[in-house]
Design a binder for this molecule. Structure first.
Ligand SMILES: O=P(O)(O)OC[C@H]1O[C@H](O)[C@H](O)[C@@H](O)[C@@H]1O
Length: 489
């Protein structure tokens, strides 16, 4: 059984809804709650109100991510704001050598997805011409790791030295743009790397450094980063109120990085928009987000399958899985429900990719605890698929696998994994994209975001806050001050 949209996007839930897994009766029993959840989504779309959602400081806060796919006058993404972002992308082209995107959590994970899907692994090894004038892109600020930060600085040093001293025809300064992204404007991981990198680059005579800030735009109560942007006249973009970190891929956070790599912003948002329209259908069998949320919720609550292995087949989709980790974990891992009752809800997300992790995790998926759903993602048609040649005809085993394309072999591996899992009562499901492009990526990611919103309603938890991440922060701040006072490293 599957739900297929006109675009070709498929949610195949054959191995999740059948006599061995979730039953149709389970879904029928959930229908009254689903109806309420669907109503709540409707209210969220129209007014931004989600019952019980409070901001960090305890005041009611709107939830506006469902507005982001609609590029309309007066909306968070408007024709003007998109035009400005695209102009910004063009201004970087053939001018900036390297962009360093600094951010963590929602200010990093979505951007990494866009980069991986658009650029792949070898972008920074290509020439500027091969990159069509777009800059190299590096990510930082998503850890506080001295080694990787130093490695990045060394790389920039060498590249800048080359540009100034070894490019005989055109000796010039190496232009680095730091895109510092933080909604709250002061996240330690991001800001510590920003300071280290900014300071170092500023002292390098071969480098010209430029800063762009992406943060909460409120000028009355400016974030630290906003204040710095105003004082230093850095160009800035917005992480709007009502858009939590894990939904920011659809706003300027994601779109600014999209613009500097030539990613098709309009197609991405159009995919999200078409998915939003599909998710307005009140028939669960036609609404991918509602159906996905319902099946996963029932699987967790009734059958104990509360771990979700997000397993796309394809190297460049691993970051989709990592993006989803934050979405699922921060949205649904909640101690208290909306009435303040302790529920300790949540499903544990796990990153995997096929075929790589079939050779590491699959033993556990196939025979370990009966607590998992393996959620596959598949690309139906790979551009420039490669045929496996019969390179060693005399070697029978290798001759047997030749003659098919790598894309075909990849799908055979995935299907075999799915068949094997279900034969042993292991729940699994599939999202299938006709091809890997901006449109279908927009569809998929938006569906996942909307599904999480539905599940928040089903579990009666606030899917849009993350109070649990404050606990370690409260301990960490004073500890850091102690270390500083002791003069320790
Ligand atoms: O964008 P920032 O304010 O720097 O936040 C970055 C990330 O850190 C926090 O700890 C939150 O748990 C995340 O939801 C957020 O995406």
């Amino acid at each position: 059984m599957s739900l297929k949209l006109k675009s070709g996007f498929v949610f195949d839930y054959d191995n999740l809804l059948n006599e061995k897994c979730v039953s149709k009766d389970d879904v029928t029993a959930l229908l009254p709650r689903l109806k309420k959840a669907h109503k709540a989504m409707d209210v969220m779309r129209k007014t931004g109100v989600i019952r019980g959602h409070l901001s960090k400081d305890g005041t009611p806060e709107k939830v506006l991510f469902s507005q982001l796919p609609y590029i309309e006058k007066g909306n968070l993404n408007s024709p003007e704001s998109i035009a400005r972002i695209k102009k910004f992308g063009e201004s970087v082209r053939n001018r900036v050598d390297a962009v360093i995107s600094l951010g963590i959590g929602g200010s990093f994970l979505g951007n990494k997805v866009l980069f991986d899907v658009q650029c792949g692994s070898f972008w920074n090894l290509k020439t500027r011409e091969e990159r069509k004038g777009y800059p190299k892109v590096f990510f930082s600020g998503n850890n506080i790791d001295p080694r990787s930060t130093q490695d990045l600085l060394n790389y920039i040093d060498d590249a800048a030295d080359m540009a100034m001293h070894h490019d005989k025809k055109n000796p010039r300064k190496y232009k680095v743009m730091l895109i510092c992204i933080s909604k709250s404007g002061g996240t330690l991981d991001t800001m510590s790397n920003f300071m280290v990198i900014y300071n170092k680059l500023l002292k390098n005579k071969n480098v010209e450094v430029e800063v762009v800030a992406v943060t909460d735009p409120n000028e009355e109560k400016p974030t630290l980063l906003k204040k710095m942007a105003i004082e230093n006249k850095w160009e800035s973009f917005a992480v709007p109120d009502g858009v939590g970190g894990r939904f920011t891929i659809f706003c300027e956070v994601g779109l600014v990085v999209a613009a500097v790599i030539g990613f098709d912003i309009e197609a991405f948002l159009e995919g999200a928009r078409q998915m939003d329209i599909a998710c307005q259908n009140d028939d669960i069998w036609q609404n991918p987000a509602m159906l996905n949320a319902a099946l996963k919720f029932i699987a967790a609550e009734k059958y104990g399958r509360d771990e979700e292995v997000m397993m796309p087949y394809g190297d460049y989709l691993e970051s989709v899985s990592m993006w989803y980790i934050q979405l699922l974990a921060e949205s649904l891992g909640k101690q208290f429900n909306k009435e303040g009752k302790e529920v300790c809800y949540g499903r544990t997300p796990i990153v995997a990719i096929g075929t790589r992790d079939m050779h590491s995790q699959t033993q556990q998926h196939q025979e370990g605890k009966l607590n998992k759903i393996v959620q596959f993602i598949r690309i139906e048609n790979w551009k420039n698929d490669l045929t496996i040649p019969n390179a060693f005809p005399e070697v029978k085993k290798l001759a047997e696998i030749s003659g098919v394309t790598m894309g075909q072999a990849l799908e055979v591996a995935r299907q075999s994994n799915a068949d094997a899992l279900i034969s042993n009562k292991r729940f699994n499901a599939l999202f299938s994209l006709p091809e890997l492009n901006a449109y279908h990526l927009g569809e998929l990611l938006y569906m996942l975001a909307m599904s999480i919103a539905y599940e928040g309603e089903l579990a009666d938890v606030d899917a849009f806050n993350q109070p649990g991440v404050e606990a370690y922060k409260r301990i960490m701040g004073p500890k850091l001050q102690q270390v500083k006072a002791q003069g320790k490293k």
